[in-house]
Design a protein around this ligand. Structure first.
Ligand code: UN1
Length: 491
């Protein structure tokens, strides 16, 4: 893979800026058709894409399948929305003699700065949303996963997204930094760490020219609360999946498990037993549960933390690695017990779960402590007492809460994904409001008296509705007033 250089950055900016306007006025149906063709191509190339995710990102086969599925879901979901809500002008109410319209349009050239942990799914989601809304896009993949990104871009071009509307600039962080600082950029979609998101935000604030949107999805210190009414077997399965699937390298992954003291020993024992069954190993093997972490830098950082944790916390269980794994970037899944949340440091992006005991009467304080961490991405509660669940959900500030289930694997359109506070700016990916953030709104008011008035009034039959005749519009029916009327049968 050859990385982009400063000349490529300039060329991408010049080309996409020139091509943007025409793309923005390409009919929404055509943009949606490109998204659907891309989704079909992803499915047709599934095997190759899974292999790339394994080769480059160390994903196991199940996670590779999930990558392709999520990328496909993003495209089909945004395609429907673009057709419904971006297809030209909506006529608004107004006095006769005036025609008022409103529409959503692309903003310009968006930069998509994408993560290595979902090199196909989140990459495709960010890029597809920006293109769908009518923007040109410069995509910057994570350095670690440029080949997965390259395959995605090739398929996008094959699907019909024009070459001059969609550019690909693989490379280190400086490429992203140069793009963000350029005044030709009209928006940034970013998934990655909070420190990088803050840097981008500062760069944008320093730029001359317009203030532009930053859509950032960052990290989390995701917690799960388990009270004594929970079914321990189910909790254990959900903790293993939430904490250790994808080697804990999801923003959504479980980091802090709060267990009511009364069941803590039983739960820890059963969890340790389940961890003993995990197969940590080669991602190419179908039987592998926990894969290596992304690179040596990540492994070394996690290993350093693990050494600190071994010295300071109670290690209840650490999975065994066989000797052949010593050369790879493996980190054995492990659980540590903390005395208090105050001991929790920064987010550890790997298969490490912290356990804290709490007493039933202290549950509000637990929620306050979780809120006080400042993040607000995912959260789980295991309880069979509805009032406890509702009480906790009301107190908690979090983007994605899960009740009596695991806390990862948000599905497009089903679990719109994204956090609050330090976890992101919103709007949620795969949710109903995501595309709007990539768009600009324009309204046009035309004085039709200059052209002889509202001619349609003269040709009106009695009872025939006219888009131009509004007496007292009902606000909730402004759009699609005619569509939303139920069919009336005439006798
Ligand atoms: C991330 O790790 O950046 O819910 C997001 C999930 C995925 C999204 C994770 N759909 O686990």
């Amino acid at each position: 893979m050859v990385y982009a250089d400063a000349d490529d950055v300039e060329q991408a900016l010049a080309t996409t800026s020139a091509a943007f306007n025409e793309w923005s006025f390409t009919p929404a149906a055509e943009r949606a058709a490109c998204l659907r063709r891309y989704a079909d191509l992803l499915e047709a190339h599934m095997g190759e894409l899974i292999a790339r995710c394994t080769r480059e990102a160390g994903k196991n086969i199940a996670d590779g399948i999930a990558e392709v599925r999520e990328a496909v879901d993003f495209c089909r979901y945004y395609a429907v929305q673009v057709e419904d809500e971006f297809a030209g002008e909506t006529v608004l109410p107004g006095p006769t003699g005036e025609r008022n319209t409103y529409g959503l349009y692309g903003r310009g050239v968006f930069v998509a700065i994408c993560p290595w942990n979902f090199p196909l799914a989140i990459f495709s989601g960010q890029v597809a949303a920006a293109l769908a809304a009518g923007n040109a896009v410069i995509a910057k993949p994570a350095e670690q996963t440029c080949l997965v990104g390259a395959a995605a871009i090739e398929l996008m071009h094959e699907a019909g997204f024009p070459g001059d509307v969609l550019a690909y600039l693989p490379g280190p962080g400086e490429i992203g930094a140069a793009l963000v600082a350029d005044p030709r950029i009209a928006g940034v979609a970013f998934t990655g760490s909070m420190p990088t998101a803050k840097k981008i935000n500062r760069t944008l604030a320093e730029r001359d020219g317009p203030i532009i949107p930053l859509i950032a999805e960052t990290g989390g210190q995701n917690a799960m609360i388990v009270d004594s009414s929970a079914l321990i077997e189910q909790v254990v399965a959900d903790v293993v999946r939430s904490g250790f699937q994808s080697a804990g390298q999801r923003c959504s992954a479980l980091r802090v498990l709060y267990v009511q003291t009364d069941i803590a020993d039983d739960l820890i024992e059963m969890l340790s037993g389940a961890m003993a069954e995990l197969s940590v190993g080669d991602p190419w093997q179908l039987g592998t549960d926990v894969t290596p972490v992304i690179d040596t830098a990540a492994r070394d950082k996690l290993a350093e933390y693990a050494a600190y944790a071994d010295a300071h916390f109670k290690n209840h269980y650490t999975c065994k690695l066989d000797e052949t794994h010593e050369t790879g970037t493996y980190i054995a899944p492990r659980i540590y017990e903390l005395d208090s949340i105050d001991q929790l440091g920064d987010e550890q992006f790997g298969p490490i779960v912290h356990i804290i005991r709490f007493s039933a009467s202290g549950i509000d304080q637990v929620v306050d402590d979780i809120n006080a961490l400042g993040y607000g991405l995912t959260f789980g509660i295991h309880s069979r007492i509805d009032t406890t669940v509702e009480r906790v959900l009301k107190r908690l500030r979090v983007g994605n809460a899960y009740v009596n289930r695991n806390i990862i694997g948000a599905v497009v359109g089903v679990h719109p994904f994204g956090g609050e506070g330090l976890s992101g700016t919103g709007p949620k990916a795969g949710g109903p409001h995501y595309l709007y953030r990539f768009a600009t709104e324009r309204s046009v008011s035309r004085d039709t008296t200059a052209a002889g008035g509202n001619a349609s009034l003269m040709s009106l039959e009695e009872d025939e509705p006219s888009e131009h005749v509004y007496v007292t519009p009902e606000p909730q029916r402004l759009n699609r007033a005619a569509d939303s009327e139920p069919e009336r049968t005439r006798d």
